[in-house]
Design a protein around this ligand. Structure first.
Ligand SMILES: Nc1nc2c(c(=O)[nH]1)N[C@H]1C(S)=C(S)[C@@H](COP(=O)(O)OP(=O)(O)OC[C@H]3O[C@@H](n4cnc5c(=O)[nH]c(N)nc54)[C@H](O)[C@@H]3O)O[C@H]1N2
Ligand SMILES: Nc1nc2c(c(=O)[nH]1)N[C@H]1C(S)=C(S)[C@@H](COP(=O)(O)OP(=O)(O)OC[C@H]3O[C@@H](n4cnc5c(=O)[nH]c(N)nc54)[C@H](O)[C@@H]3O)O[C@H]1N2
Ligand code: SF4
Ligand SMILES: [Mo]
Length: 685
């Protein structure tokens, strides 16, 4: 390898996919921000320190096999033969659906595609889902219903720079996508129960009780209509269903909304005034609004508001959801979802099945049907009719799945747990077989960022000696399971070329996108249905993706909230700037753990005092599901009825020890953002 080598690539973490330049000089890798449109020379602390990921001391370097309580290093053949033998046995005894797969929104497009194909063909199982179910599913369900296509932002991030007003419902980009903030130059309206760094920068901060966003969204729609600022021409020409939606919103007058949400009437009016007065306005949602038992309806409530104001499908206006993981967008398009085939097709659609079966060279009836959603899949592990083997690629559910103690127990009762990762995550440590795989700077591929732009991940350096790519692992396993090897290409480019064909004609059509085009620096947003097509940075300008070209209002309303005297507070959860997700990666970067090294719970001083808690004390936070221990951080701007925990930490500090099994009925999204709890001092010993 030459002394100095530089590649243009993207950050390994979130969906903003900031452009970076990686340089390796005399064995040392450094990261510099690139002048890429989403970050324009900016990076957050995680991006700056990403090179440290390549050198973590406990990097997985050899396959490992469980012998009793220990994981011992073995050769690849031993590891893969063991997995294949065990899968064959389980399949013979219990059928193909006894083997399950759990994927991730951090996987490249190529990995996500091949993982879905591997599950449906090599394993013949319907049981595949992924962590994006915990992330994007509610906004995706609402977006598909409203617009006919789900793409996080149906416009480039840079369009936000021209906005006069942006409403952020349950998103904290100042911590979760810091370089995005440079585009939010207009007035910000932030809806968040906490006074976050994003709320600090807002012209208006609405601080509702967690889980009451739908009432608030209906209330804002109510005011827009009553005050006569709804765009009647747009509603008539470009939408359907307004009357039914209005019949629900009519009952959400401002005083009632204030009573339910805690947001003062005057602030509700101010929010609508700011949006209506803005020449260019956007409504964006994040996980705070979406990760609820009614997350899909809540996202639909904000879409209703955007539609009433005439924003979606107009230059200089719109609705979007801020996608989360590095490939949170692409990861939800290529078939690692339980109900999906590549090209964002439905697995229960006969035409979709016929198309994919042709590309894969099989008969349509060889493709399994829809499987269980992520939580339901994990919950079914080791049960009578549930899967007995699980293969995990790109997730750490011991920390990140809801109802963590229960899910960890489920993971411990399968016959075979396989985890492919590059670090010994909490889930990998429970595995029967651990497979060491390459990471971002050691591989090529593509990811699709939050604005639907397809990006190239580029290889800077060789992986450690015994480490293999996920693609190679899937190929080697498939062959051992009797599949023809050519069905599972091991080079990203070859997989991408097949993905293009598979996606052709689907919603997420990549058929015109090629490595050559991407490598020439061209910005290509899907759909891109042919080599001569320039891609689609802005969707819906000429009409929405429903057959009649119109967007759909949704007739939604809040459920009745339960009141629990045993657990009088609401715990909500979320993210810190310096940690990423389950922390498997970022807790291994010293520069990040120095800033955010342990779990804490944010509490209002009065609430703490009433519970006998002082700043810095250890608190036990208990819900009906379990309890977590965290250090008290007194935060005077908190609502007195809410506590907050970041979910990045393992062990007794896992926020997910508190979350339960409530799922959104449509998206199957867990209720991560609201658990009824009480707090008390933790007595040591
Ligand atoms: N630093 C960092 N950045 C990340 C990630 C990370 O782990 N760390 N993860 C990436 C991923 S996968 C994702 S999905 C995105 C998530 O990005 P965000 O959606 O911005 O992140 P969260 O912190 O989960 O939630 C946002 C806010 O919702 C608020 N909230 C909680 N409950 C409610 C509620 O009921 N209503 C409303 N309106 N707000 C509520 C929380 O207080 C929080 O400030 O971030 C991405 N970027
Ligand atoms: N309480 C609470 N829980 C939450 C949330 C919340 O807000 N509150 N948010 C939810 C959301 S939005 C999300 S997205 C999930 C995320 O939670 P997880 O799914 O646990 O996400 P990560 O921590 O990113 O885990 C990814 C794992 O895969 C590994 N990995 C990364 N890239 C690759 C790859 O290319 N191949 C392979 N084989 N492995 C790879 C990483 O090292 C890491 O161990 O958490 C959810 N859980
Ligand atoms: S904002 Fe996201 S993509 Fe950009 S540097 Fe930070 S973690 Fe990386
Ligand atoms: Mo996410």
């Amino acid at each position: 390898m030459p002394e100095r080598r530089t590649v243009a690539t993207h950050c390994p973490y979130c969906a903003l996919q900031c452009g970076t330049r990686l340089t390796r000089e005399r064995g040392v890798v450094s990261v510099r921000p690139d002048d890429f449109p989403v970050n324009r020379g900016g990076l957050c602390r995680k991006g700056w320190t990403a090179a440290e990921l390549l050198e973590v001391p406990d990097r997985l370097r050899r396959p490992m096999l469980r012998r009793g309580d220990e994981l011992v290093p073995v050769g690849w053949d031993t590891a893969l033969d063991t997995i294949a033998d065990e899968i064959e046995r389980i399949r013979a005894e219990h059928g193909a659906d006894a083997v399950a797969v759990f994927g991730g929104g951090g996987l490249t497009n190529e990995k996500a595609y091949l993982l879905g194909k591997f599950a449906r063909l090599a394993l013949g199982t319907s049981q595949i889902d992924y962590n994006g179910r915990f992330c994007m599913s509610s906004a995706a369900a609402a977006g598909t219903a409203a617009f006919g296509i789900d793409r996080g932002l149906p416009f480039p991030v840079t369009d936000l720079s021209g906005a006069n007003a942006v409403l952020l419902a349950g998103a904290n980009p100042a911590e979760t996508m810091p370089p995005l903030m440079q585009h939010l130059t207009g007035d910000l309206i932030v809806i968040d129960p906490r006074r976050t760094p994003t709320a600090e920068r807002a012209a208006l901060h609405l601080q509702p009780a967690p889980g009451t966003d739908l009432a608030l969204a209906l209330g804002l729609l109510h005011i827009a209509v009553v005050d006569g600022v709804a765009d009647r021409d747009y509603i008539a020409e470009r939408t359907t269903g307004f009357e039914q939606a209005w019949q629900r919103a009519v009952a959400w007058w401002p005083e009632r909304v204030e009573r339910v949400t805690g947001v003062p009437v005057r602030d509700q009016h101010a929010a609508v005034r700011m949006l209506a007065a803005a020449e260019r306005a956007y409504v964006l949602t994040g996980r705070g609004a979406e990760q609820h038992g009614d997350g899909t309806d809540t996202a639909a409530g904000f879409i209703n508001l955007a539609l009433a104001l005439g924003l979606p499908g107009r230059p200089g206006g719109g609705y979007g959801c801020l996608t989360g993981q590095g490939n949170g967008q692409g990861g939800r398009e290529h078939g690692q979802k339980a109900d999906q085939l590549p090209g964002y097709r439905r697995i229960d659609d006969p035409a979709a099945r016929a198309h994919i079966a042709r590309v894969w060279g099989v008969a349509p009836d060889e493709l399994p049907g829809p499987g269980r959603s992520a939580y339901e899949l994990l919950d079914a592990l080791g049960t009578e009719n549930g899967p007995r083997a699980l293969l995990v690629f790109g997730s750490n559910p011991v920390v990140s799945a809801p109802r963590s103690a229960h899910i960890t127990q489920r993971l411990s009762c399968v016959d075979l747990l396989v985890v492919a990762d590059f670090v010994p995550s909490e889930t990998a440590r429970m595995a029967d077989v651990v497979l060491p795989v390459t990471q971002w700077a050691e591989e090529d591929g593509t990811l699709t960022n939050l604005e639907g732009r397809v990006l190239r991940r580029r290889r800077l350096q060789d992986p450690p000696e015994h480490v293999r790519s996920d693609l190679r692992v899937l190929h080697d396993l498939a062959v051992r399971l009797g599949e023809p090897g050519h069905r599972y290409p091991t080079t990203p480019r070859a997989v991408f070329d097949e993905l293009r064909e598979a996606s052709a004609g689907g919603h997420a059509d990549y058929s015109g996108i090629s490595y050559a085009r991407l490598d020439s620096g061209e910005a290509v947003h899907w759909p891109c249905p042919g080599e001569g097509h320039s891609g689609t940075p802005r969707l819906f300008l000429d009409g929405f993706a429903h057959p009649d070209g119109r967007a759909r209002f949704a007739a939604v309303e809040p459920r009745d909230a339960a009141c629990d005297t045993e657990f009088p507070l609401t715990a909500t959860t979320g993210r810190l700037l310096a940690q990423y997700q389950s922390g498997a990666q970022t807790r291994r970067v010293p520069a990040l753990t120095e800033v955010a090294g342990e779990v804490f719970v944010e509490i209002h001083p009065d609430t703490a005092a009433r519970a006998g808690l002082a700043d810095g004390m250890s608190a036990r936070i208990s819900s009906a599901r379990g309890s977590a221990v965290a250090r008290v951080r007194l935060v005077p701007t908190m609502r007195p009825d809410v506590v907050f925990l970041p979910f990045h930490f393992p062990g007794a500090g896992r926020a997910n020890l508190l979350t339960g099994d409530a799922l959104d009925p449509r998206s199957r999204m867990p209720e991560f953002k609201a658990s009824a709890v009480r707090v008390e001092p933790e007595v040591a010993g």
